[in-house]
Design a protein around this ligand. Sequence first.
Ligand code: CP
Length: 343
Amino acid sequence: MPGGEKRKEATVSTYIPPAQRREKSPHLPFGDMRQTPFYGKDIISVSQFDAAGLEYVFGVAEEMRSMVEHVGTFDLLKGKILANLFYEPSTRTSSSFMAAMQRLGGSVIPINEVRYSSVAKGESLPDTVRTLESYADVIVIRHPEVGAAAIAAQYCRKPIINAGDGVGEHPTQALLDLFTIREELGRTDNLTVTMLGDLKYGRTVHSLSRLLSLFKTRVHCVSPDILRMPPDLVAELKARGMPIQEHAMLDAVLPETDVLYVTRVQKERFEDPAAYESVKGAFVITPETMQSAKNQMVVMHPLPRVGEIAMELDDDPRAAYFRQMEYGLYTRMALLAMVLGKA
Ligand code: CP
């Protein structure tokens, strides 16, 4: 269980100090306001969420939205400190977690460039998180290795939130993506979702497709052959009863699509530059492409984009990718408040 039990084959080496491990979800007296479902928990994977848990998150996110619209900043997490630990570049995830903490009245230790931290001197991930837990109440971590957030959680007494672990998961992005769908289309059931682009390395589509499997959702995967959704994930989703089909072209499925989820081909994940060059411009969504799409649908993208959605589409009301970032602020405010027992 992510963040729960000690991993026996940790890939980040250091000793484990057993006496330091703490129960991350302490038993609290009845009526204690910290008795929320996620109080003290790590958020490592979307597999931690069921439909009821998602509704809880989205309910809190809606309250956060209302509070931001009415008062802007408030003191729900006054006195709390977030450590933002990013081993990979980020604009949205990093700054939205910072903004979320500041909107809630808390403060932030930003480590957006680990090369300027003691990581550059060879400090291990466990030692770094044990350092930050001495100063902060919650740690958000992005790391290039799959499983790094789960490993960090084993060594940390404070809640760890996974902000992306290599090609593994990006759970907070998936939560904000589903919140966007819910707010924009008014439902998360009876939808046809088309995922387009780099489905092999795109951790956002891995996490989102798992969340969508909790609902009556049909998924189309459209990608170049070398960037297909991992076969084990497709098998997992089928085993959960999700209707999921793979395609090489968008044309046939766009007219029935309610959510077109576009992803960037991730140059940084390719070992062979020629392979990247062969697929980088495989799909470009333009106003012409959208002529065959429904009027009531949304185009989403986790961003950054590097050409797969033409800027000419930005003024189309179906282009939801900038609104999606704002939904991310409310979702991350909700998550911080929940893990710190203030939701
Ligand atoms: N969507 C997303 O994760 O963006 P950043 O890489 O800018 O955080």
